[in-house]
Design a protein around this ligand. Sequence first.
Ligand code: AMP
Ligand code: ZN
Length: 122
Amino acid sequence: MDNCIFCKIVAGTIPSVRIHEDDDLIAFHDINPAAPVHLLIVPKEHVATLAECDERHAAMLGKMLLLAPKLAQQHGCGYAQADGDATGGFKTLVNTGPDGGQEVYHLHMHVIGGPRPWSGQR
Ligand code: AMP
Ligand code: ZN
């Protein structure tokens, strides 16, 4: 998609702080973080919203969800439980459409975490 900022980030024509790449996905730091850790997981294929996904996207969506806790772990906000004590953790968020607060119409999942309180509203 010619005018899509995340397609340009996938192509590398707009810079990003990239933290992951595989055949289907990239991930990078959000430019305007709402918390100490704020990552975006983005499919390489242009799909505008979650509402436009269908069965053909099931594997890609599964990969996005499974990548989230791995990236959270690597960036210091992984969820852990030991001896009944839970620590860390993160929020996964997919905004969809205007009332969902979506600003960039290329599917993406926010991974937001780090010690609270967080500065931003997400
Ligand atoms: P959403 O409201 O779910 O569409 O979120 C879009 C997110 O993309 C926002 O959190 C922005 O801060 C982030 N964003 C926009 N442009 C860039 C960029 N060039 N690099 C990194 N993150 C971006
Ligand atoms: Zn795109």
